[in-house]
Each structure stands twice: as C-alpha cells, then as structure tokens.
Design a protein. Structure first.
Length: 88
C-alpha cells in the first residue's frame, strides 16, 4: 500500500485488518507531510481499512476519513485536498 498526502496539513494514518469493526488496535500507523508519500507492505493482510486524521499521532482530533472502507494491500491511495481517502 502506498499513500500520498495531498491535504494541506500533516496527516496521521492507521491501518486495520479488513474485517476489523472495533478500530482500537491498528496494524500499522504513520504520518505524512503534505505532498509526501508513505509505503507499507505486509503480505499477511490482503485487505485493510484505513483512517486518516490531521496531526502526527493517535490523539489527533480532526478525523478526515474514518476507518471502514476496504482497500487492497496493493492499492495506491491518496488523501485528497478535501481529506478523503481515494484510490489514486
């Protein structure tokens, strides 16, 4: 999975298992500065769900995209200028 940040602020992201419904314990997390890209590959999880928030860590307060939508580990994703996660 590759995720690019086109949002105007730093974005914190967390990935969850594709069948997760509680969204408490993430599999992986990271922060991406505007205009930058982050990568993560783990073959044990073919599908994941992502959340994106503003800020640098788990306690970021503004949720841009809540977890829920499924993506494939092989997808190239983007946090858009409006804060949505889309396939790019």
């Amino acid at each position: 999975m590759r995720i690019t940040n086109q949002y105007k602020e730093k974005v914190f992201w967390r990935a969850f298992k594709g069948d997760d419904t509680a969204y408490v314990v993430g599999l992986k997390e990271g922060s991406i500065d505007p205009g930058k890209t982050d990568n993560w590959v783990d073959d044990s999880f073919p599908e994941i769900k992502l959340e994106a928030k503003t800020g640098q860590n788990l306690f970021a307060t503004k949720v841009l995209a809540p977890a829920g939508r499924r993506f494939k580990m092989t997808d190239d994703l983007m946090v858009t200028a409006s804060g949505e996660i889309t396939q790019g």
